[in-house]
Ligand binder design. Structure first.
Ligand SMILES: [Zn+2]
Length: 88
């Protein structure tokens, strides 16, 4: 079983968490001002690296908060978790 360290609750079983996509995506400040292609890219285009990846996770069956994690996509090893707004 994979243990994930919630920044607020500490290490917990992976079953308490839900993956919430790629981290550090910047929403356009004025969505009406961007092109359809740029808006579609913001909504749907994601990196798919082989290796370390910054992801958002939610401690769904715990504190309910979102946080970020650096996970290796091949090994599932999580090297760091940190609160939103903190540096990776
Ligand atoms: Zn938590």
């Amino acid at each position: 079983m994979l243990l994930i360290a919630c920044p607020w609750c500490g290490p917990r079983p992976e079953m308490e968490f839900r993956h919430a996509g790629e981290a550090h995506l910047a929403r356009p400040a004025d969505p009406a001002a961007v092109s359809d292609a740029a808006w579609a890219a913001y909504l749907y285009e994601r990196s798919n690296p082989r290796g370390e990846h910054a992801e958002r996770w939610r401690h769904l069956h715990g504190c309910g908060r979102f946080f970020n994690a650096r996970r290796h996509t091949l090994t599932d090893r999580i090297s760091a978790t940190y609160k939103p707004g903190e540096a990776p």
